[in-house]
Design a binder for this molecule. Structure first.
Ligand code: CTP
Length: 348
């Protein structure tokens, strides 16, 4: 442990630590520290280390909401990001004192996972720095009555892996999560939703400023035409009560139609039969740039930590991704997104 620049001066700790580090991870990063780092001050061991470091640098800010939202802090964050640092978005929750809001330090286990992911990139640059990406995850639930819903088996693992890997590549991430029972990935802005309509609203709102949108969520195609305020009783009718269904909006197709110039749109397709033919047809029909096709079945994809897929592109050859961790598939998807973002940019 080192705490000051004057202990062991002969070893020149004020530069040696930064020079030899594989990763500098500042948690918690206060508003004051962000300001000092943005200005390049070097009046203690930490700021000296930050100036000397040539490895990836990650800041995990933690402060009260007002301080995080202050234009001075936001300008400092923007300056650090423009120089390649990864500045995580704070979590939302209980702060020091009775207030709650954005500014909380993410869970330590999630911070560790971010550090692991940044190191796993083996010194590759944070190629999504300065980009805003939107990821949808989980499965929508369409309520029938207060106790029942129409849902699906999506666990949200693939969407969360996409969010984690995008954070580790420097992106500002909005994660629209439908009914996911997983810890919030450190550094992502998590927007919880329930139904397809709620997901549509949240995704379209976030997409307004996004460079890329990845629809990994399983969205219910239909919802009950009518929500019953009281629990449906089996005594209501002699036989099974029919539930009339209506179509939900297709969010991915809407994104394909309404995208900003240069915005990259990625869909997923869960198929049980004719996987590639159905995928190609879906890619064209929904107007996306990339479609990640995976075969689903009783033991495939849902709820498992691994996945295998084919990434179809509107403008290139299919890429087969062998079975492996969902993070590995996520990185292949971001490689493809990043390659397309380099073309005529959509910078704000
Ligand atoms: N999707 C969406 N909105 C919907 C349904 C699906 O945005 N109402 C998105 C999913 O997030 C996914 C992609 O569309 O990225 C493919 O979803 P899928 O259910 O496989 O496609 P469908 O349009 O339902 O086609 P089909 O029922 O013919 O398989």
């Amino acid at each position: 442990m080192a705490t000051d620049v004057w202990t062991g001066v002969e070893e020149v700790p004020h530069v040696r630590l930064g020079q030899t580090a594989d990763l500098v991870f500042v948690a918690p990063a206060t508003a004051d520290l962000l300001a000092r780092a943005a200005c390049g001050l070097a009046d203690d061991l930490l700021t000296n280390t930050l100036l000397a470091a040539r490895c990836p640098v990650v800041f995990a800010p933690a402060m009260h909401t007002e301080m995080w939202e202050h234009p001075a802090t936001q300008a400092n964050v923007a300056a650090l990001r423009s120089r390649g640092a990864i500045v995580l978005e704070p979590a939302v929750g209980r702060l020091t004192g009775p207030d709650t809001g954005k500014g909380r330090l993410p869970e330590p286990a999630e911070l560790l996972e971010t550090a692991r992911r940044v190191l796993a990139r083996g010194g590759l640059e944070a190629d999504l720095t300065g980009r805003h990406v939107v990821v949808s995850a989980g499965g929508t639930r369409e309520p029938i009555d207060p106790v029942r819903f129409i849902g699906n088996r999506s666990s949200g693992l693939q969407g969360y892996a996409l969010a984690r890997t995008a954070v580790a590549r420097g992106a500002r991430v909005t994660l629209v999560a439908a009914n996911v029972a997983l810890p919030d990935p450190a550094g992502a802005d998590v927007v919880p939703v329930g139904t397809a309509e709620e997901m549509r609203e949240a995704v379209l709102k976030a997409a307004g400023s996004a460079d890329a949108v990845v629809m990994a969520a399983a969205v219910a195609d239909f919802r009950p035409a009518e929500y019953r305020e009281s629990k449906i009783k089996k005594s209501e009718s002699a036989g099974p009560a029919p539930i009339e269904l209506v179509r939900n909006p297709d969010i991915l197709a809407e994104l394909g139609r309404t995208r900003r110039p240069g915005q990259v749109i990625v869909g997923f397709a869960a198929e049980t039969d004719d996987v590639l033919a159905n995928g190609r047809e879906k890619l064209a029909r929904k107007g996306c740039d990339l479609l990640v096709v995976n075969q689903v079945g009783p033991d495939l994809a849902f709820g498992r930590p691994d996945n295998a897929a084919v990434v179809l592109a509107a403008d290139g050859e299919p890429i087969e991704v062998p079975r492996g961790p969902k993070e590995a598939l996520a990185d292949v998807i971001w490689d493809q997104v990043a390659a397309r973002l380099d073309r005529p940019a959509t910078r704000r």
